[in-house]
Design a binder for this molecule. Structure first.
Ligand code: PMP
Ligand code: GLN
Length: 410
């Protein structure tokens, strides 16, 4: 293995994907829906395939197909209350992963420190290492022991302040957070933003679950806060938004000077993204823009549908004797299994406690989760800030509720 990849060659999705392939059952670990995406958007793709316009099957504009970047500029311009230039302030990428890769690779240099908030979407840490940077971890911790809501997990102000110094280049925020489901409040984001202004730090704001917000919580965009547009790259995902993760289409938006770095990385990598999908997502977003405040809004429908699934999953987990940490957003739920006591026999499994439990769960209950240790830095692999073991699971995938209930209560 090349030296730059030393220590980075274990990937939780690859390893547990293999376990799922071997054991079968219900996979609630990797976050993707097990139902059809919205008919409207699939119909748009079908239209592209049938259209006479050959150009929709050829290379698109490198930084994003015009129909899509214009729709994204309207959508996010409205959401953050400023005009966004579709030509210079948006880049369409190969999923949010692509946007994260370009943002980190093109803006972080050797020796730069990047603050990462634990628990974090696992690729942030290797990406910072690959760019030659140094991750600096701070941890969300549960402030009300026994609480079963992600809302009681917060950063300690002193620890947050202490993470910033003159070498800090960037901080990565993920709201709603994967895997905890925490939705950062305006006050929390303002506190972080003020430190970024003080130390001249950029924000990489991963908002792929931006429309999946429950219980009247509000999704606050870092880029909408005063003085933050200038220093924030925000990342979104059509795959997550429209329940078609296999389409692998995402984007980044932000100020021209920061976006230019991403554009140069992109035009020397894949150069452009899949034209038919960009046309279809552009058309679907144009349609959604006319519905945003109405009952028919697709974004509203996702919230309602996932709220129901979250409720179902929470109750199923409770019935099984485990304790859910109910998320304010996103489609994962951490589940504390300490209450099962000695029932799971983990003596034959290998790895961190949660990895052993995930393997036991897969083999015995045919239910697949993801161990949260994959979302924690080495020093915290056994410490989620809660003190008890947990396993995140996705509720986007609960189509067959009856089977799941059987599996959980067996
Ligand atoms: N960021 C977060 C927080 C995610 O959970 C995911 C997907 N699980 C991604 C980025 C990547 O999204 P995409 O599938 O669009 O590449
Ligand atoms: N992390 C994604 C999710 O949780 C999946 C990532 C992957 O498959 N590599 O939905």
């Amino acid at each position: 293995l090349d030296s730059k990849y030393q220590g980075l060659d274990w990937n939780v999705w690859t390893e547990l994907g293999q376990l799922y392939a071997a054991e079968g059952g219900v996979n609630l670990g990797q976050g993707f829906p097990d139902y059809q995406p919205a008919k409207e958007i699939v119909a748009e793709l079908a239209k592209v395939c049938e259209a006479e316009d050959y150009s929709l099957h050829q290379y698109a504009r490198a930084y994003g197909h015009p129909r899509l970047v214009k729709a994204l500029a309207s959508l996010y311009g409205g959401a953050i209350g400023r005009q966004i230039d579709p030509w210079t302030e948006i880049l369409v990428t190969g999923g949010a992963y692509g946007a994260l890769f370009y943002t980190v690779m093109s803006n972080v240099g050797r020796g730069d420190e990047v603050i990462i908030i634990e628990p974090y979407f696992d690729c942030y840490e290797p990406l910072v290492h690959l760019a030659g940077g140094k991750p600096v971890f701070i941890q969300l911790r549960q402030t009300e022991p026994g609480s079963s809501s992600s809302s009681t997990w917060v950063l300690d102000s002193e620890e947050l302040r202490g993470a910033f110094n003159e070498n800090t280049k960037a901080i990565i925020i993920n709201t709603p957070n994967n895997p905890l489901g925490k939705v950062f409040s305006k006050q929390e984001l303002t506190e972080i933003g003020d430190l970024c202004k003080k130390y001249n730090v950029m924000v990489i704001s991963d908002e792929v679950y931006e429309w999946m917000i429950y219980d009247g919580n509000e999704h606050v965009r870092m880029a909408s806060l005063e003085g933050m547009w200038e220093r924030t790259v925000t990342i979104g995902s059509a795959g997550k938004t429209f329940s078609l993760t296999g389409w692998k289409l995402g984007w980044a938006y932000g100020p021209k000077n920061l976006l230019r770095n991403l554009q140069v990385a992109h035009e020397n990598c894949t150069y452009m993204c899949h034209t038919p999908e960009q046309e279809a997502v552009g058309a679907a977003l144009e349609h959604e823009l006319t519905l945003l405040t109405s009952e028919k809004s697709f974004f509203r429908r996702i919230r309602e549908e996932l709220t129901r699934k979250r409720e179902f999953w929470k109750n199923a987990v409770l019935q099984s004797g485990m304790t859910p940490i109910v998320p304010q957003g996103g489609y994962f739920m951490l589940v504390d299994w300490a209450s099962l006591g000695p029932k799971p026999d983990l003596s034959t499994e290998q790895g961190y406690e949660d990895v052993k439990f995930v393997k036991w769960l897969a083999k015995n209950w045919k239910l697949h989760g993801i161990p949260p240790s994959a979302f924690l830095s080495t020093r915290n692999k056994n410490n989620l800030g809660l003190g008890t073991p947990t396993v995140p699971t996705a509720f986007s995938r609960i189509k067959n509720c009856a089977t799941l209930r059987e599996s959980l209560t067996a």
